[in-house]
Design a protein. Structure first.
Length: 97
């Protein structure tokens, strides 16, 4: 399954309702699990992003669809980066011409 690093910034709406954030995290976890994915880690961060996470999705389309579904609720904007394990990367690197 494709692995993604997510970088999230809360919107103004998300910041105004920050006390609801734990409930939104629970709902996001349920959303990801409902499509066959798994939130491996989700961390609140101090810096240019408010949350950073690692999520495993069944495929790229499901990951993109879930991202849009979460963003449409208005609390956060997400940037995704496809990630590869060191094993996967080594296999690809070993196949370089």
């Amino acid at each position: 399954m494709p692995l993604y690093v997510i970088l999230m910034n809360l919107t103004d709406e998300g910041l105004k309702g920050i006390k609801e954030s734990p409930k939104r995290v629970k709902k996001a976890k349920e959303m990801v699990e409902s499509v066959g994915g798994e939130i491996i880690e989700l961390l609140y961060t101090d810096g240019p992003y408010d949350l950073v996470g690692i999520i495993d999705f069944p495929d790229e389309k499901t990951g993109f669809q879930t991202k849009l579904g979460y963003e449409s609720q208005g609390a956060g904007r997400i940037t995704t980066m496809r990630a590869f394990s060191t094993k996967e990367a080594a296999e690809m690197i070993n196949k370089l011409p």
